[in-house]
Ligand binder design. Structure first.
Ligand code: HEM
Length: 488
């Protein structure tokens, strides 16, 4: 066994990475964090270690290492030491921040609902898509900032799915555009704003690791309170229904299905229910919104891909909206649409950097020895940081065009020693994303409907350099995803 990268690593930890870590804060502000992390791997190797204030972190972009701590050595690593403290105020003991029995219980509670949602959510999607389209000006009149609109779309549809009614942020925007209402922010939109604000603070806390308690400003506490109060209304309604025995009949009528009511059949503990829903909102909103934002960002810069995708969509779903042709299966079967989404998630995985902590003395297969190809010893308590973003851009895996948007590459998916582990937008192993099919269906549906609604998309005025806004997830930053959407 070797320490990660041997002596050079210790030198690195002492001399370089302390300043590098300070530079990281600057990079977050400059909206360049994932690229900065990638550049560090280019300079220091695919796996290296650093220490900050006595805490050691091993950071890696090796598929085989990810396979080890996410799957084959799952029991030696935990999620909660790194995440529970920083995220607790908003996420409580929800699925994203806990381990062991608590996590098993949450996963078992949530999992059955994901098969069901695939059947029901397309009807809701159209309703929200129509409102989105009302908020997009014709390309001749100007550009739309699609990233923000996609976030509003995904929070509207996520709340619809979870509570049976939407928080209607897009409706609010539409009313303002058409000056039908005053500027008073409705409850749902205030929740969406507070939810955003909480996440920015949680990201700072996550970054501070063991020092997260230092960051707990009043704005964070206020934002968390707004989010909790918003959700508690639905939770208490569901608990009351469950206790009155009315829930059983309602859940069985598929039209009235809502996620919260379905899980309230199994538990009426309001804190468990609130944590479950809060975690799902976090999981379900930013991720899919970000995928859609990056997808259009890339499509307007790659007219050939845009044209090929249009041909595929017209062939499979028709040039005009036809609800019978857009189904869960037809979305899954449209190969080129899938490749475009897969390629977007390769270049811009929504969770670009993630963490685990070793809870036993253990090893990882790569990173030791002079060439980094030997196993490394990982003592209990070591933080593990992994960057899927940086792994997805390795030219030794994806070729010299690793940084290019080329959906056709998925026709011949790269085969490596760690086949399957070199592409991980949804994570892998026992904690693989529960909402993968939900997300790809929702994103696919939105892309298809955008292509049916508009004849072409062109880039609006954009930042000369790609800006990647990072909180817990990343999205198009800077001026946003400015796109001119032409109906003719
Ligand atoms: C493009 C969209 C999405 C991406 C890229 C994505 C990605 C991920 C990733 C990377 C994780 C692992 C987090 C970790 O273990 O540290 C995860 C977990 C999870 N995701 Fe997603 N996700 C997406 C959409 C969704 C949606 C729409 C839902 C539900 C509505 C969802 C529900 C979950 C849940 C419940 C977990 C926790 C699984 C567990 O710990 O057992 N995700 N997702």
């Amino acid at each position: 066994m070797h320490p990660p990268q041997g002596e050079s690593l210790q030198k690195l930890a002492r001399e370089k990475y302390l300043t590098t870590n300070l530079r990281a804060l600057q990079q977050i502000k400059q909206q360049n964090m994932p690229e900065f992390v990638r550049a560090n791997y280019e300079e220091f190797g695919h796996t290296f270690a650093y220490s900050v204030l006595g805490e050691t972190t091993v950071t890696t972009r090796e598929p085989l290492n990810m396979q080890a701590f996410l799957a084959t050595k799952f029991k030696d690593f935990a999620i909660s030491p790194a995440k529970n403290g920083p995220f607790f105020p908003l996420l409580g003991n929800g699925i994203f921040v806990i381990d062991n029995h608590g996590w098993e219980y949450s996963r078992a509670l949530l999992r059955p609902q994901f098969a069901r949602n695939q059947i029901t959510q397309l009807e809701n999607m159209e309703e929200h898509f129509q409102i989105l389209a009302d908020c997009i000006p014709d390309g001749a009149a100007g550009s739309a900032e699609l990233q923000e609109l996609f976030f509003e779309l995904t929070i509207d549809s996520a709340t619809h799915f979870l509570f049976g009614e939407s928080c209607d942020t897009l409706k609010h925007r539409r009313s303002i555009i058409h000056e039908a209402v005053g500027r008073e922010i409705p409850r749902g939109a205030a929740f969406a704003k507070a939810f955003n604000e909480s996440q920015t603070h949680m990201f700072t806390r996550f970054f501070l690791k063991g020092l997260h308690q230092w960051h707990n400003p009043k704005e964070f506490k206020d934002a968390v309170k707004i989010c909790q109060e918003f959700i508690d209304k639905y939770v208490y309604d569901a608990v009351a229904l469950a206790k009155s025995g009315k829930l059983q009949g309602e859940v069985e009528k598929s039209k009235k299905y809502n996620f919260l009511h379905a899980i309230a059949k199994d538990t009426q503990d309001p804190v468990i229910l609130r944590d479950a829903v809060m975690n799902l909102l976090l999981a379900g909103r930013d991720t899919t919104g970000s995928l859609l934002g990056w997808c259009f960002y890339l499509l307007v810069r790659n007219p050939d891909v845009q044209a090929k995708l249009r041909r595929a969509i017209v062939a499979d779903f028709g040039a005009e909206y036809d609800p019978d042709r857009i189904t869960f299966e037809s979305l899954k079967n449209c190969k080129y649409l899938r490749w475009v989404l897969d390629e977007t998630l390769r270049l811009y995985p929504t969770v670009p950097i993630n963490m685990r902590t070793a809870i036993a003395d253990t090893t990882l297969p790569l990173g030791g020895g002079p060439d980094g190809k030997s196993p490394i010893f990982v003592p209990k308590g070591t933080n593990i940081e992994y960057s899927v973003y940086a792994m997805h851009r390795r030219s030794d895996i994806y070729g010299d065009d690793a940084n290019w948007f080329r959906p056709d590459r998925w026709e011949n998916r790269p085969k490596t020693d760690a086949f399957g582990w070199e592409y991980l937008p949804f994570n892998g192993g026992p904690r693989v994303c529960l909402g993968q099919q939900f997300a790809l269906t929702e994103a696919g549906y939105t892309v298809v409907r955008m292509f049916q609604q508009y004849k072409r998309f062109e880039s609006g005025e954009m930042d000369p350099f790609i800006k990647c806004f990072s909180t817990l997830t990343t999205c198009v930053g800077g001026k946003g995803c400015l796109v001119r959407c032409y109906k003719e």
